[in-house]
Design a protein around this ligand. Structure first.
Ligand SMILES: [Zn+2]
Length: 401
């Protein structure tokens, strides 16, 4: 596979800089070179982008592929059963590609379903984005999200838990450092810390020893602090971040995946179970204030939708970006959270158009930096250089880019 995408505009490099008269040379699934139109070698195979905008494939850092995004996904599971859930996970992966999402991180799935789906995608059995999956979440007994937890108590069990997940093929480790909103009706509070510092430290050390990063569900202050001191790599949600914690994040190089949209949905949707709605309502304003205050604080912020969760579809990455944009008018900075920043957080060669990066790309009929809603105008999606979604480049009118 060796061809050149030309007749395009593109958002190039780390700055997502709009450039014209450039072409992208794709070879063996990788961006071989970004060249000037005038440098296209004679006889090269050329893919005509028809004036569209080429941007990096989008990255969602927090999903649950096996959930259905209804008001109560756990109820769906109980009603429909295990086999439907597995098939749904596979179908949802196709859905990500349709929306230009070419990399996802699945951090929590019943019986490690996401590990198996991730493997099937890698083997080419089913279509889907690159999936970096944790499988089960490491949680204290009775802790947050018990439905997909691997309960661990004490240092020895924490060590065994993390080793088990690595053995089963996890590429990231997920822990619950605090309670949550939707996890459980009784006995769980967002402010309570769960896994203790020693357990978190054991998990982080062992994961890092094998080159895996650790993502921590952390809403309340103590749990965020415990996670950071243990050397955890990403704080998921992070509602109660404050100056001291943000300073600690910077010192430790931890990143933040705020997941604003899902909590807005939990707090506002009519059909959400009442206990979850109440808990979410208490924290959405705190969340928004933290986001406004710390988005530009120097902490790396990545986009995660919590897709599959209550009221959160499998293309809710865009809703997450819109939610960020409500609080942060800089569209380019917002778009970076789902491209450049997310690639950095994963420490993978994804999320930007630059030599050596994966040819995971989308052709859009408008520029999302002018208006984020142009992300809905996905016309073609390239995964490892192959066109995996094709709506026909002539079908959508191209906005002046
Ligand atoms: Zn989640």
């Amino acid at each position: 596979m060796d061809y050149i995408i030309s007749n395009i505009r593109l958002l190039a490099g780390e700055d997502l800089e709009l450039v014209r008269n450039k072409a992208v040379w794709v070879k063996d699934g990788i961006i071989h070179e970004v060249i000037s139109d005038s440098e296209i070698p004679e006889g090269a195979l050329v893919h005509d982008g028809r004036g569209h905008l080429l941007i990096p494939g989008l990255i969602d850092l927090h999903i649950h592929m096996m959930w259905d995004g209804s008001a109560d996904p756990v109820a769906t599971l109980e009603l429909e059963g295990y086999e439907q859930m597995l098939i749904r996970a596979v179908a949802n992966c196709r859905h990500y590609l349709e929306h230009g999402i070419t990399t996802v991180r699945d951090i929590g799935s019943v019986d490690d379903i996401a590990l198996h789906v991730a493997k099937s995608i890698r083997r080419g059995l089913v279509p889907g984005p690159d999936v970096i999956a944790s499988g089960k979440t490491l949680t204290m007994t009775g802790g947050h999200d018990p439905f997909w937890a691997r309960f661990v108590d004490g240092k020895d069990e924490a060590l065994k838990g993390v080793r088990e997940q690595i053995y089963k093929g996890a590429q990231v480790i997920k822990v619950s450092a605090t309670g949550g909103a939707y996890g459980r009706d009784e006995g769980e509070q967002v402010g309570h810390s769960e896994l203790n510092p020693e357990e978190l430290q054991t998990i982080a050390n062992e994961a890092h020893r094998f080159g895996l990063k650790v993502a921590s569900h952390a809403i309340g202050r103590d749990g965020i602090r415990n996670s950071l001191l243990a050397g955890i790599d990403t704080i998921e949600h992070g509602h109660y971040l404050d100056d001291e914690l943000v300073a600690l994040m910077k010192e430790r190089g931890a990143a933040w995946i705020p997941t604003l949209y899902v909590y807005q949905q939990l707090a506002s949707m009519k059909e959400i179970p009442e206990y979850a709605k109440e808990k979410a309502r208490e924290i959405t304003e705190i969340h928004a204030a933290a986001f406004k205050k710390y988005f530009n604080s120097g902490v790396l912020v990545g986009a995660g939708s919590d897709a599959g969760s209550p009221g959160t579809s499998h293309h809710a990455l865009k809703d997450e970006l819109y939610a960020m944009h409500e609080l942060m008018p800089d569209t380019k900075a917002v778009l970076k959270t789902a491209t450049v920043n997310a690639g950095k957080i994963l420490d993978m060669n994804v999320g930007r158009i630059e030599k050596g990066y994966k040819a995971d790309l989308i052709l859009l009929a408008g520029n999302p930096i002018d208006d984020l809603s142009h992300l809905d105008k996905v016309n073609q999606v390239f995964k490892d250089g192959e066109i995996v979604v094709n709506h026909g480049l002539s079908n959508i009118k191209v906005e002046a880019i």
